[in-house]
Design a protein around this ligand. Sequence first.
Ligand code: CA
Length: 221
Amino acid sequence: MRVLIVEDDPVLADVLVRILQREKHTVTHETNGLLADALLEKHQYELVILDMGLPDMEGGEILGRLRQRNDKVPVLILTARDRVEDRVQGLDRGADDYLIKPFDLLELEARIRALLRRGQSAVSAQLQVGDLSLDTIGHRAFLNGEPVELSARELSVLEILMLRVGRVVSKELLSEQMSALGDDMSINAIEVYVHRLRKKIEEGNVSVRTLRGLGYLLEKT
Ligand code: CA
């Protein structure tokens, strides 16, 4: 699996890289916060190990930006023992787990295994209809390979419609599915999100048709 290690301590980074490579993971190592942020914007990883104190951009900010993009990749943060606020901030910003330096390597390996398992149990699928693709793990949509900026709710609506491509999806079903995902949404709200979604993907060859009284139909045009 693809793992990104963001750590500016060369000795620790070296240990992390070796442990993960031994487990046959594809490891990318970055020491600089800004560059790590750029990597995360462009590439998809199955796990990120993130130090909090980094040059040019702090780990907390990288994490905040990652979650703002709706990227749900598991993140393990590394913090110093005397930096309690780092830990709190990291967890608040969406870290999945943390380790306090110095840590036991066996513990590190156990945490990594647990996070990778958690990531794998997510439904693994890349949905594709015409020019439009949706990465249901990374929670990102692409039109002709270019990222489309969608909110979390717009992404959920899109996923539900793409899973039923060519079939009519009623507003009631959409509303039910959204509640199942833990997001209660009224029928009126559904209309708003479908409207926004339609605008954002209108340049491609996929459309969301409204069938009066029936619901929506996503199809290739
Ligand atoms: Ca550091």
